[in-house]
Each structure stands twice: as C-alpha cells, then as structure tokens.
Design a protein around this ligand. Structure first.
Ligand SMILES: Nc1ncnc2c1ncn2[C@@H]1O[C@H](COP(=O)(O)OP(=O)(O)OP(=O)(O)O)[C@@H](O)[C@H]1O
Length: 907
C-alpha cells in the first residue's frame, strides 16, 4: 500500500477549505439569509423614516406656512421674526418666598399669602452701599399698568411684565403669551382686583398685578444662602421658597453701575441644558433703568422694547432616524454576527467534529486559518451588504461618513469580534448555553451602550479617561464608533479622516486594534493547550490523599494481576522497549493510567489501571471486556481525547503526552459514535479525509472509490447521498472507511461493527483484515466472533486492568481448560459410556444426561485427544453409537470465566 507521507500545512488548509465550501454550498440559503438580514433591517429603518416623515408632513400641512400660527415656526421660513415684549420669569404664586422657620428674615410676607395667591415676587439686593440699593429698589417696578392702545407693543416696555412659564428654545415665540395663563404686571403695590384685558394680535390675555418686593441683604453670602434654601431640597421643611432674582450691586456708586445678577435657569426638572434661553436681558434693563433714574431723576428711563430672533430659512424637519437610533440599532446589527460565529465554533466542539478532524491529521494552524478566513469573509459580506443597502436607500448615516473610515472601522471590529468568539468558544461546550449567553451579550451591550454609555459620553462632567476605560469593553468601543458616525451624519457633513482625533475615533481604533491582536493570541494559546479547562483539570487531578490511598491499593491489585504469566510477559516486553528503545513497535503503552476525580461525595474512579501493551505493525489487537471495564477510556487516552493521569504511550515512537499532533498524522479513528456532517455525502467525507492524509489527484479519486466499494457504499448512488440520510449501519461503515483511508499506521476502532447486519459485518471484517497488513489496529468489541475473526491477539479487560493477553487459540488453551464430549447411545448403554469416560479421565464432569445423550467436561490435562478417539472406537465395537462429538472451549467461555473470576477476586 502506498505511503502518502504527511500532508503539508497548505494541503490540510486546502482540504478543510474545500470541505467547508462544499458544506457552505449545501447551506447556501442560510448564508444568503444571513447576508440579507442587513437589507431587511435597513428597509425597516427606511419604513420608520418614511412613516415619520409622512406624519410630520401631515402636521405641517395642517399648519400651513405663512399662517400666523405659532406652531409652524419650527419648519417654516421666518424672514421677518416677530417683535416680542421682554418678560421676566417669576415664580408660581404658591412657590414665592414667604417667612419660614429656617430663614431669619422677618421682611418676607406671611405664608397666608399663598392661600390668596397674592404673594409678592421677591428680589434680593445687596452691595457695598445700602442707601443706593434702597434707592434703586424704589424705582425698580412701576406704579400702575399703563399702555398706549394706539401704539400698544412698544408701550408695553414701560411696564415690568412677568410670566411663570420658562423661556423657549428660540425667540420666535414667547411661551408666556397665549398660554392661557395671565401675564403679570410687577408693581410696587397692587390695589384689589387690579387686572386688565390685553389683546396682542389674535391673542387675548389678561394682565394681572403682582407686587414686586425688593429686599436688602447685608452680604452676598446671605443672598446666596437664602437662594440655596429656597429649593425644597435645601431646607428641612421641604418648602419651595423661590426668590425671582437677586442683584449684588458691589461697588456701584454715582459713577459706576457694577452688578452681579443671580437668575434661575433651572425652573424645569430637565435642567438648564434644554433651555438655552433665559430672561436675563430684562433683568439687566431693570437695574439699569433704576440706576438711570437714580442718577437723573424719575423722568428718565431705559426702555428695552423688544427681543427679536434673527430671521431664518425653512427648516422643514426631516428627522434622520438612522442617525438618531443608529448607535443602538447598528450595534445590534453588527453584534448579531457574534452568536452566529460562536455557535458554529461550539457546535463543532459539541459534536466533536473538530477533534475527529484533528485525529485524522488536521493541524491547528490550517484549522484556524480556514475557519478564521471563513468567518471574516461572511462578516465582511454582511457589513458590505449593510453599508451598500443603507447607502442605496439613502441613509445619511452611511452616505455622509467617509466610506474608507467606515471600512477600516468595521474591518477592525469584525476581526476583534471573531477573535472574541474564538476565545469565548473555548469556555463552552454546549450550543444551547452559548446561544443564550451570546444573545444576552448582544442585547445587553446595545442597551447598556445606549442608556448608560451614551449618557456618559454626553455628560460634559464625566472624565475622558473613564470613557477610555469603558471602551476597553469591545461592545462599547463598537458603540462609540457607531455613535460618532451618527453624530457626524446628524450634525455635520459626516466623518472625514481629519475628524478622527476630534471625535475620539482615533482612540477607538487603537483600542480595537490592540485588543484584536491580544485576544487572538490568547485564544490561540488556550486552543493550543487543547482544553479550556486545562489548568482546572490539572488542579483537580492533583493527587489528594484519598486518590493516593486508592491508587496504592490499586497498585497492589495490579501487582497481583501481573502474576498472570501473559500479562507479566507483556509488561516485561514493554520494560525492555523502555530500556532498549522502540524497534518498530507501532504502539507501546507504558503503565498508562486513568483516574476520574471523585464527584458528589463519590471516591475517585480508576478507569484504567497501569496498562502495559506492545502492539507491532500488522497486528490487530482486540480488547474484550464487560461494560464499564475501561476500554473507551483507554481508547480516548490513545486518541488524545483524555489526558492520562499517569504513565504514557508511544505511537510510532511519538509520546502521546507530548507529541499528540505528530501522532495524529499517522492515525485513523473509528469512534464509538459516528462523527459525521449530516449534509455531506459519504464521498465528500472520504475526499476530505483523503486530502488530509495527503492523497492527491487521481490517486485520491481511486482511493475514495475503493474505500466506498470496500464498505459497500458505492453502488446505487449511496455514495452521493447525504450522510444524514444513511441508516445506522451505513454510517458505521462510513466511519470505518474514514478511519482506514490513507493507510494510517495506527487505527483505533471502538466497537466498529455495532449495529451492522451479519452480511455487512462479514464484509467489514474483510476490509479490516485487508487493512491490517501494514497497520496496527486496536479494536474494542463485545462480539467474540468478531474478536476471533479479526484479532491476532486479545486482551480481556476487567475493572480497568488486563486480565490476560494472547491469541484466541492460546487463551482458549490456557483458560478454557476442558473439552466438551457428547455421545448418544441407547439408554441401557449410558452407564457403560460413563464408566469408559471416567476410566480415561477420573475428574470428568457429567454436564447432563437425556434419553441416551450424555455431555461431559473433560479436563485437558487428564486426556490426550487420541485417547478419546480410541475410547470412541472401543465403544463402537461394543454397542451402537448413534452420534458423538468433541469440542474445544469457546472464546465466550474463556471471556466469561476470566471476567467472573477477576470480578470475584477484585470485589
Ligand atoms: N468522565 C467520567 N467521570 C467519571 N467516571 C467515568 C467517566 N467516564 C467513564 N467513567 C467510568 O469509568 C469506568 C470505565 O468507563 P469506560 O467508558 O471507559 O468503559 P467501557 O469499557 O468503554 O464501557 P462500554 O463497553 O460500556 O463502552 C466506568 O465505570 C465509567 O462509569
């Protein structure tokens, strides 16, 4: 048989790539659906956008531009903004400052004024010159409400007007006018029922007198304290006690007006950031006018007639939904790839497909390269479809931001995401668990990003370095990038390369790049130590006292067992190999041991006691043993699925504890459970494993066909049916064919013929027999017939240890111990027959006697077969012998005997 040598890195990569392409071709619609997800999501965004625009248009249709309706100011052009009377902001009647227990001032009004809603609007004054302050207080407010009806609007400036409503976002409208609430005329004194009707354009409103009270405080600190305690949070009585405004006249004298003004910018709970306009100008004009009057006498005044916004163009609202909700929405869209990649990796692990490929020679390098490249391709296609669809349907989010920045950003993040998936996959082995975890991560990251991280980003007081620390969490760096794209698209012309550092994107790029490399290296390292629980395993299998005592008593048992000649001989052979080095042995097990740690209060379980075995090339070694004897644990150690607790084995001279990757290059495995891809055909499986074994070109085709024929999967198009449609027996045959393709030097078969009908079984045996010529095969089986047919040597395994080793004949000879002799005569000769048997074998045992037929067990050491023949001839000469028979012990008898006696001695 041809030796194909070891497949190179690129041959393995090529084999895996072709297998994956075949696999993906069969799942093309899954891939298409995945790539179409962004299209669907973009269309969803577009629909929401169109719906919202339709609603907005309807609203603006209802309030046509050009009408004087105040509500259309948001969208319509306003070339000539209206003139608005400047108004002060005054506290609500029930919040205005009154006498309290927590403030020492008696000049404030009594609490009773709140009942009649007649509390004055209080302002505080302080400064270096009290008499000047008092003089200003006296002229601050008017004495009556006086307007010139023919020139109404300008004449309003003669009055000090107030409203309890806060300022708007612009000066196109005055919320205090037309709200239905009265406008206050702030006067030094109000007479009873002093209200006046007022018509401003179409708006009819009522002007109501409210007393303006200016109170002197000695220091700025007192003013500050009074203002501070005016908030309900600032005093023990939880009383809102609002002062409208306060002035510190500082060093104001006859030559200089020098003033500090306290005004309230937080009348609303949503804080000052949403109320850019405050009515400070009117407060300034108020004190300026009073100062002028102080200097020049009551006849002079400073009139502040109007506030007027600058004219504006049409700002018809076109809300960009994609930019508004982009960070949350697109974070989810990009993160949706994460569960796809992660479940795919964990699925291969759960179904042990990764390990079976590895056992057939697929190195970690090619596996990583091809898997990584595949996930990256799918991810890039997914994002390309997102950005293209988004741009085609006109989302500014994609169209305005530089495509090259978007590409670099997504490319780095996708790589980071794949690396994280590799890392996380090493911590899970169940697809269900990992799916739940992945989706929690996806939705949790989006929500946390939008409702926590975004708030912190927008908060001017949150330190930048903490933002950077938060961005170390990859989900937040993704969110930050998408957030900056949204900001750039919403407020400007999109992000350009020059904007990177200003927007903070440069740091996002650096963080993601570094994380990508670090996580990739860490994941590869963890993968190299094979098992994520490598370190845990090591610590759990450290010898603890109970294990040690168990092992000691176990060693004693082993020594007792080793007294058996054949087992002792095998141990000596191995010890010789240890001294002299391997000379062509395919498999040498040297005191190989497996102890499972105790769980739930149970003691540690010794599955394989120190095992010594020497299997040369060309030999088929059979392992027989009852259920739970430790056969699978042994095979799993030999195939790298389990780490030996102690001892080791050499395969083709390579140590399984150190060089398992080399061992895999010359190994074939037929596991107890078929590890196949449901959608790949038998032929595709064999082509893949054939390529892994370095078979190429026409030789590959020929090897696959021969292999299919040998396991009867060639005819009738069976080879081209998906393995998922195969019967149990067909899957088994395919598994055997896989284990043998490429002529591996060592093959492990765990119950290869389980589930096969007799004809297929015979067929399979022929295949195995042919294969063993240049190969060492170790097989486990429960079938004595199979063991006898296939195995050159057998070992009977009981409770983790070999009880005997030898070829089937030897074992039967050594452990069978007796012949079974039967003879049928007429009933009257029964006694004669019995006497004749006992004359040649005094210890012969009669098993049964029935109508002339008798069966005896005759100890082999007491008779020679020729004696038995002579006895039969002698009987025939004396009476009629209807039938007779002589049989050796069967393997089953040996197995039964060895197993029961071993179990009895161990218990
Ligand atoms: N992961 C494990 N943890 C603890 N004990 C285990 C574990 N795997 C196997 N065992 C125990 O080790 C012993 C040997 O099991 P193993 O599967 O190797 O036997 P087997 O001879 O292959 O059995 P079968 O013929 O039924 O496949 C059994 O008692 C089993 O319960």
């Amino acid at each position: 048989m041809a030796d194909h040598g070891q497949a190179s890195f690129w041959t393995q990569a090529n084999a895996l790539l072709r297998k994956n392409l075949t696999y993906q071709r069969k799942h093309i619609w899954t891939n298409v659906r995945l790539v179409l997800v962004p299209l669907f999501l973009c269309l969803l965004l577009l629909s929401i956008q169109l719906l919202l625009e339709a609603v907005m248009n309807k609203v603006s249709d209802m309030t046509k531009c050009g009408s004087k309706d105040a509500t259309n100011g948001d969208y319509c052009p306003i070339p000539n903004p209206p003139l608005l009377p400047p108004i002060l902001h005054v506290p609500e009647p029930e919040s205005r400052a009154v006498k309290t227990g927590f403030l020492p001032y008696s000049d404030l009004p009594d609490l009773s004024c709140r009942k009649t809603e007649s509390c004055p609007v209080t302002m505080l004054l302080t400064g270096n010159n009290q008499s000047l302050g008092k003089a200003l207080s006296g002229t601050m407010f008017g004495g009556s409400f006086a307007v010139n009806t023919s020139d109404l609007l300008p004449s309003l400036a003669d009055n000090v007007l107030g409203t309890t409503l806060g300022a708007g976002m612009d000066n196109f409208r005055e919320p205090g006018i037309g709200s239905g609430l009265p406008i206050y005329s702030i006067q030094s004194q109000c007479s009873a029922n002093s209200t006046w009707p007022l018509s401003l354009g179409k708006t009819r409103t009522e002007v109501k007198c409210v007393q303006g009270l200016c109170l002197w405080r000695n220091t700025s600190a007192e003013v500050n304290e009074e203002l501070f305690k005016g908030s309900w949070r600032g005093n023990p009585e939880r009383l809102t006690n609002e002062i409208a405004a306060a002035y510190d006249l500082l060093t104001t004298d006859g030559k200089n007006l020098d003033v500090t003004i306290w005004y309230n910018a937080t009348y609303y709970s949503d804080g000052p950031q949403n109320k850019p306009l405050v009515r400070v100008p009117r407060l300034i004009s108020l004190v300026s006018s009073a100062y002028l009057k102080f200097l020049k006498g009551p006849g002079t005044k400073i009139l502040f007639e109007f506030v007027k916004e600058v004219p504006k163009h049409s700002t018809k609202s076109n809300p960009d939904i994609a930019s508004l909700f982009g960070p949350l929405f697109f974070t989810w869209v990009v993160l949706l790839l994460f569960p796809v990649i992660l479940t795919s990796l964990v699925y291969e692990k759960q179904e042990r497909l990764r390990i079976i490929m590895k056992m057939h020679g697929l190195g970690d390098g090619p596996y990583w390269l091809i898997s990584y490249a595949y996930f990256l391709t799918i991810s890039v296609l997914y994002i390309l479809s997102l950005v293209s669809f988004g741009s085609v349907i006109g989302l500014n989010y994609f169209r305005l931001n530089s495509y090259s920045i978007q590409f670099v950003f997504y490319f780095i993040y996708l790589n980071l995401q794949i690396s994280i998936a590799f890392l996380v996959s090493s911590m899970f082995s169940k697809v269900k668990t990992v799916t739940v975890v992945a989706y929690i991560m996806v939705f949790g990251t989006g929500l946390l990003g939008n409702f926590l991280f975004a708030q912190l980003l927008e908060s001017p007081s949150f330190p930048e370095k903490w933002i950077l620390i938060l961005e170390l969490f990859p989900g937040f760096s993704l969110f930050r990038g998408l957030y900056e794209f949204a900001q750039a698209a919403f407020h400007g012309n999109g992000m350009k390369w020059g904007d990177l550092s200003e927007s903070g994107m440069d740091k996002v790029f650096y963080i993601m790049l570094v994380e990508w490399f670090v996580i990739l290296i860490v994941s590869y390292f963890i993968d190299q130590v094979k098992n994520p629980c490598f370190f845990i395993k090591k610590s759990t299998s450290l010898p603890n006292p109970s294990v040690q005592s168990h092992q000691r008593s176990d060693n004693n048992n082993v020594l007792v067992d080793m007294e058996k000649e054949d087992v002792t001989h095998e141990r000596e052979k191995v010890e010789l190999v240890r001294i002299e080095g391997t000379t062509g042995q395919a498999i040498v097990c040297d005191n190989l041991k497996k102890v499972y740690p105790g769980r739930d209060g149970n003691p540690p379980k010794i599955a394989v006691r120190g095992m010594y075995l020497d299997v040369p090339s060309g030999e088929c070694f059979g392992m027989l043993g009852p259920n739970g004897a430790g056969k699978t644990s042994f095979i799993n150690m030999m195939t790298g699925l389990l780490k030996p607790t102690s001892g080791t084995a050499l395969v083709q001279g390579w140590d399984i504890s150190k060089d398992m990757n080399k061992v895999y290059t010359s190994m074939g495995v037929c596991p107890q459970h078929d590890l196949l891809w449901e959608t790949l055909t038998g032929r595709e499986h064999l082509l893949f494993y054939g390529r892994l074994k370095n078979i190429k070109g026409p030789a590959l085709k020929q090897a696959v066909e021969e292999s299919l024929k040998s396991v009867s999967l060639f005819d009738g198009g069976v080879a081209d049916k998906p393995a998922g449609k195969y019967s149990g027996g067909m899957k088994r045959r395919l598994s055997v064919a896989i284990s043998l393709i490429g002529n591996p030097k060592v093959v492990y078969m765990d119950e290869p013929s389980t589930g096969l009908d007799p004809a297929s079984r015979k067929n399979l045996w022929t295949v195995i027999q042919r294969a063993k010529q240049n190969t060492a095969i170790i097989l486990t089986t429960h079938s004595m017939e199979e063991a006898e047919f296939l195995c050159d040597r057998l070992g009977i395994f009981v409770d983790g240890g070999l009880q005997c080793i030898g070829n089937p004949k030897e074992l039967k000879g050594r452990y069978g111990g007796s012949y079974v002799f039967t003879m049928t005569t007429s009933s009257e000769h029964e006694e004669t027959v019995e006497r004749m048997v006992q004359s040649i074998s005094p210890n012969a045992k009669k098993v049964y006697q029935l109508s002339g037929t008798q069966k005896f067990e005759i100890p082999k050491q007491e008779v020679m077969i020729s004696d038995l023949f002579l006895m039969v001839e002698s009987a025939k000469s004396k009476f009629t012998v209807f039938a007779w028979g002589l049989a050796d012990t069967t393997l089953e008898d040996v197995f039964f005997k060895v197993a029961t006696s071993a179990q009895a001695s161990l218990s």
